[in-house]
Design a protein around this ligand. Sequence first.
Ligand code: C5P
Ligand code: MG
Length: 165
Amino acid sequence: MTRHTDFRAGLGWDTHRLVHGRPLLLAGVRIESEMGLDGHSDADVLAHAVTDALLGAAAQGDIGMHFPDTDPRWKGADSLMLLHHVVQLVHLTGFDIINVDATVILERPKLKEYRLPIRESLARTLGIGLDCVSVKFKTAERVGPVGEGKSAEAQAIAMLGKRAE
Ligand code: C5P
Ligand code: MG
């Protein structure tokens, strides 16, 4: 088992508006839903929060710094590809990803049936074991823009460890 020294935690958060006529993607998994997330990229709110958690832990700025939403290259971008790019950046800095934990806050639909495919997709993209990836779901109890079904939010935390020499 790889030994790690120097541990770093990073926090990520994201939000996107819910609109008709767009797919709802969470960590690249297509969720059956009347409404989807709006944004310049594919608006994968969970992938974006996890990406920012990794960048935060590595002190490498944020997602908008690496993939500006004014850049036509990232229009409709596959957010798992952006996440994969950041995973490679983390490795270049000498860190391994130890674990990721995330929460998606969405009023509807219910997401718990999608927990395993979402965890599997994240684990594959992060290159870590399924047991190191956790995803939780919450409603906003019908309060605020998320509670009124106008938007979705995601929060994530990532732990990195530097490979011991
Ligand atoms: O928000 P609340 O505490 O009522 O959520 C209860 C449970 O419902 C959560 O722990 C989660 O398992 C599930 N849930 C879900 N999909 C959502 C929101 C909540 O599966 N969009
Ligand atoms: Mg986003």
